[in-house]
Design a binder for this molecule. Structure first.
Ligand SMILES: Cc1ncc(COP(=O)(O)O)c(C=O)c1O
Length: 290
């Protein structure tokens, strides 16, 4: 039987799940909690594991965007019962194609995962479950083995880039920068700012405030991306679960405000200054158009 996902709203400071809402969503049917360390910023795993232990639940960490991130000095993916990693090319540790890994300290879970990644095979040509073809391609593995040596260095560079962005962008009106949360060490897969529409501005066209700023940025050849325009619980695939926007108002609001700026380890101070000046100009331009 397929599991039914139950969503809770997000924390506006971290864009991660709102831990204050997790406990209320737990029912006798609940089997596991799946925190996503979104954009490379870790969930408060101390609090989350306390909740999970109290209810004897498995924790599956989604570390796809957070390889190398830490909570309270421990790497994400080593705190819950299972950690899931993606090596898609845009990730902090990216292959040249698809790839991923699952971590666990539980030998039984490890055996199940090993079997499931190979069509449920448990012995040569013996299949005890319906699995998938999710073997890590040898070429990707070879590439990842080399790139792994540089992961810490690249993550430190991303942290320096994020700090420079904070200094450059914090003084700009109508821009909210992401903050590092005490206890967490982010690896900044994305640097995502919030652009809340100023209270005195009324939207007169279909194009939203944030999208107009994005467009103005593009006119200066600065690309930016909306991760993500639609909250997960309102994706068409989950329509049958019947979620309404009012149930997750923070996720709805952040989806209207979020904008991810260029972020990669080699981004230079000069390039970041260009982004900051471009953003300041764009916000000013859009304000004056209303
Ligand atoms: C948060 C998150 N979870 C899961 C995934 C899925 O990873 P993959 O495409 O390697 O299966 C991604 C990849 O985009 C992701 O960003």
């Amino acid at each position: 039987m397929l599991a039914v996902p139950v969503f809770v709203d997000i924390d506006p400071r971290t864009f991660n799940l709102d831990l204050a809402q997790v406990e209320a969503a737990i029912t006798p049917h609940t089997k596991a909690i799946m925190p996503v360390h979104l954009f490379g910023r870790p969930v408060d795993m101390t609090q989350l594991m306390e909740i999970a232990d109290r209810h004897k639940l498995i924790v599956i960490e989604d570390c796809a965007q957070a390889t190398g991130a830490e909570w309270d000095g421990k790497k994400v993916g080593s705190i819950g019962h299972i950690g899931c990693f993606s090596y898609y090319p845009t990730k902090n540790l990216g292959a040249c194609g698809d790839g991923g890994a699952v971590t666990t300290n539980d030998p039984e879970i490890a055996q199940t995962i090993r079997s499931l990644r190979n069509h449920g095979q448990t012995g040569q040509y013996v299949h005890e479950a319906i699995g998938v073809n999710s073997r890590l391609d040898a070429v990707q593995a070879a590439i990842l083995q080399v790139k792994l040596r540089y992961l810490d260095q690249w993550n430190h560079q991303r942290q320096a880039v994020a700090e420079r962005y904070r200094q450059l962008l914090e003084p700009i009106s109508h821009v909210i920068c992401p903050q590092e949360v005490v206890g967490g060490k982010s690896v900044w897969n994305q640097y995502s700012i919030r652009l809340p529409r100023p209270a005195d501005i009324v939207e007169t066209t279909n194009l939203k405030w944030r999208d107009r700023v994005k467009q103005a940025l593009m006119q200066q050849s600065i690309s930016s991306t909306v991760y993500y325009p639609l909250p997960l619980n309102r994706q068409p695939i989950y329509a049958s679960l019947g979620y309404h926007p009012e149930q997750t108002p923070v996720a709805e609001q952040i989806a209207q405000e979020i904008l991810s700026l260029p972020m990669f380890p080699e981004l230079t101070q000069e390039q970041q200054e260009q982004v900051a000046y471009g953003l300041k100009d764009s916000v000013f331009q859009v304000v004056s158009e209303y």
